[in-house]
Design a protein around this ligand. Structure first.
Ligand SMILES: NC(=O)c1ccc[n+]([C@@H]2O[C@H](COP(=O)([O-])OP(=O)(O)OC[C@H]3O[C@@H](n4cnc5c(N)ncnc54)[C@H](OP(=O)(O)O)[C@@H]3O)[C@@H](O)[C@H]2O)c1
Length: 410
């Protein structure tokens, strides 16, 4: 057993040839091109069982199904969701079958394409949303934290030559979560983004504008023609405004709710995207006091599980967090009823199964990135190189970041 920082790295004894073969089933595919050598070489950051420590070990090379591509991963970004999968996976993603590979955000080169894929060629530089943890996928081969990952072709986009893999990797989950909240018909159902959007006289409130989800939401809403106002810490005001927010407010200010309500007087709202602890209650109060679509799309649960460990001391932290979650949801339910506001919690991978996924990754993003109408945000901070750096990045993420995304190169 090898120790890397606080993390136990074990040899992957669980990966019997049988299991490797089982995980390798991928469906029909085009002939292997330059990816052939990869079969022997793939390695992954494994979660062997629920709440297990991460371990690095060999992984099967999975051939792509008809609608999939295989990407040689060059950079991954880490997300709160990836981190919580280790400590809370049995509760938030109970369908997962172990051993499993987590990770949502990747960028790299296409090494193999499925028989039904015409958008990509071997060698293309792409970013992709690794959807392995989604209930409809539940597949280790589709986790980002490995050298070769399978990606749904409609959840990948080519990246411009000038864009580094490290920068491209910050986009997929933040962008997808924002798009789910803004464009899905059972959420804010906003107009699609385009190169020449017709200006709309409606305002979107993005609470948590400097988060990864928020910076993508601001850009998407502006690209769809909407007016946007956002919250952030004052040191990030210039950033959120550069990406398109007309006004920025400090979410820690005691008067922030009243200030935003005042700023929205006489305007029509298209709703709010609530990101960050405390965002839901504030957004319900604001939207409830405004004219227009009284709908709040919720990205953040009512309580944080960030401090719940996978092992020792778990129950001592978990029970109060669950109690806070239940109490928080009751308070929000009462608030929404009193204010006449509707809310719905976003599941950031839902777009893989509806029209929003292709609308973003196929129609909008490729040209928007190529023409610099959409930028990779937040900016990447590279933690290091190699799979062993990922748990270190996840822990840094837990301790808190401000308007940056932690990235590991592979
Ligand atoms: N539902 C889903 O499917 C889904 C998917 C992805 C993410 N999420 C959730 O969305 C949230 C953001 O995730 P992320 O990856 O975008 O986060 P992130 O980029 O790591 O968030 C960092 C930012 O959070 C901001 N922040 C901290 N506390 C805040 C608060 N109380 N209110 C508003 N902003 C606050 C900070 O802003 P300043 O530095 O400006 O203070 C910082 O820039 C998390 O709760 C995450 O779990 C949900």
């Amino acid at each position: 057993m090898e120790r890397v920082a606080h993390l136990r790295i074990r040899t992957a004894r669980h990966l019997t040839p049988d299991r490797l073969a089982k995980g390798g089933v991928g469906g029909s595919s085009a002939p292997l091109a330059s990816g052939a050598r990869a079969i022997a070489d793939n390695r992954a950051l494994w979660l062997n069982a629920k709440r297990a420590p991460f371990t690095i070990g060999p992984a099967p090379y999975a051939a792509p199904g008809p609608d999939e591509i295989v990407v040689r991963v060059r950079a991954v970004a880490v997300n709160p969701f990836d981190r919580i999968q280790q400590t809370m996976g049995d509760i938030i993603t109970p369908w997962i079958t172990y051993p499993f590979v987590v990770g949502s955000d990747l960028a790299g080169e296409v090494v193999e394409i499925g028989s039904g894929v015409s958008r990509f060629r071997v060698g293309d530089r792409v970013l992709g949303y690794a959807a392995g943890a989604d209930k409809r996928r539940n597949r280790a081969a589709e986790g980002a934290f490995q050298d070769y990952a399978v990606v749904l072709a409609h959840m990948a986009a080519p990246i411009p030559d000038a864009m580094a893999f490290e920068d491209a990797a910050v986009l997929p989950l933040g962008l997808s979560t924002a798009a789910c909240g803004l464009f899905q018909t059972d959420f804010l159902a906003m107009n699609a983004p385009s190169a020449a959007p017709a200006p709309r006289d409606e305002t979107l409130l993005v609470w948590g504008g400097s988060t990864s989800v928020g910076l993508n939401a601001i850009q998407l809403a502006v690209a769809a023609g909407y007016d946007v106002i956002a919250t952030a810490s004052p040191h990030n005001f210039a950033y959120v405004q550069r990406l398109g927010a007309r006004l920025a407010f400090d979410y820690r200010s005691k008067t922030v709710v009243a200030d935003i309500v005042a700023a929205l007087q006489g305007r029509e709202i298209v709703g709010a995207l609530a990101i960050g602890q405390g965002s839901a209650a504030a957004c319900i109060d604001i939207v409830g006091a405004c004219k227009g679509n009284r709908f709040v799309a919720l990205a953040t649960p009512a309580a944080s599980f960030d401090d719940v460990p996978a092992g020792r001391g778990r129950l001592r932290r978990l029970l109060p967090a669950v109690a806070r979650m239940i109490a928080g949801n009751i308070v929000l339910a009462l608030k929404t009823r009193r204010r006449g506001v509707r809310t719905k919690f976003i599941w950031g991978s839902d777009l893989i199964a509806n029209e929003v996924g292709p609308m973003i990754f196929e129609t909008f993003l490729p040209t928007a990135l190529a023409q610099s109408r959409f930028v990779a945000a937040p900016s990447a901070t590279v933690v290091g190189t190699g799979l062993a750096q990922i748990p270190i990045a996840l822990e840094r993420q837990r301790l808190g970041v401000s308007a940056t995304k932690l990235v590991v190169t592979l």
